[in-house]
Ligand binder design. Structure first.
Ligand code: NDP
Length: 248
């Protein structure tokens, strides 16, 4: 049994899907968790469950990752007992719409770019210096198969995930010579609230996305993230692509 006792893991987008599953698996290994998202009541519920089940210590951040000054001050003002982050899981992200580019919605584009690219950059920019200074740390970025393949109507979302792939590779290069590790975890279809968010709350349309595919579960992704972050310190898993068996 791997123990992460006294390790601090910051998970963005912990209020749902993959982020919540990550919180559970890391809590089970004894880690202390900083849980971030906009929906504080969800985080509170999760924290209560983890506390009852595993006795997990949590620190909750109601945070919009798109708000750079707030991200900066939030990280800078973490209580001292929470400031030495060992693992950063840049998971907050979303897709909006599935429109042709020439018919696309500007607000949807901005939301995806600001969250998936800029939010991930802001968190990394403010958390990684502490890791470098302390000589330990691991950043896990949630990319996607969408960063490797572009599907019809996926234009801007796929571009954001291609950017995540480039950022992960770039950060890895920038951290050479330090013990800080970087991993991109790039899943295919995972059944979460993602599709419902993509279709602005249209639950029926969201459900149809999974027809004919036996999608991955959030736990499948959390398992892989846990595996990647618990290898020997000299091992870096650069990138993992994981797909449902019957997704092309
Ligand atoms: P969910 O919709 O279930 O979860 C998304 C999470 O991101 C929520 O916790 C949400 O919290 C958070 N979030 C969204 N916008 C912001 C913001 N501006 N600030 C802070 N938090 C935000 O989706 P998944 O769990 O599926 O997605 C997690 C990651 O995995 C995303 O990066 C997604 O792109 C990626 N991914 C998902 C796949 C899938 O098929 N589901 C496939 C490949 C990659 P809140 O609304 O409370 O802020």
């Amino acid at each position: 049994m791997i123990s992460l006792q006294n390790q601090i893991v910051l998970i963005t987008g912990a209020s749902s899907g993959i982020g919540t599953a990550c919180a559970k698996i890391f809590a089970g290994a004894g880690a202390k968790l900083i849980l971030a998202a906009r929906r504080l009541e969800r985080l509170q519920e999760l924290a209560n469950t983890l506390n009852q089940e595993f006795g997990t210590a949590t620190h909750l951040l109601q945070l919009d990752v798109r708000d750079r000054p707030v991200v900066e001050s939030t990280i800078a003002n973490l209580p001292p007992e929470w400031s030495n982050i060992d693992i950063l899981i840049n998971n907050a992200g979303l897709s909006r719409g599935l429109d042709k580019l020439h018919e696309g919605d500007f607000q949807d584009w901005e939301e995806m770019i600001d969250t998936n690219i800029k939010g991930l950059l802001y968190l990394s920019r403010y958390v990684v210096p502490g890791m470098v200074k302390r000589g330990r740390g691991h950043i896990v970025n949630l990319g996607s198969i969408a960063g490797h393949q572009t599907y019809p109507g996926g234009n801007v979302y796929c571009a954001t995930k291609a950017a995540v792939k480039a950022i992960s590779e770039g950060l890895k290069q920038d951290l050479l010579g330090t013990p800080v590790r970087v991993t991109s975890v790039d899943p295919g279809m995972v059944e979460t609230e993602f599709s419902e968010v993509r279709f602005h709350g249209d639950a029926e349309r969201a459900k149809r996305v999974y027809q004919g595919v036996n999608p991955l579960t959030p736990d499948d992704i959390a398992d892989v993230i846990f595996f990647c972050t618990t290898r020997s310190p000299h091992v870096n898993i650069n990138e993992v692509i994981l797909m449902p068996v019957n997704q092309a």
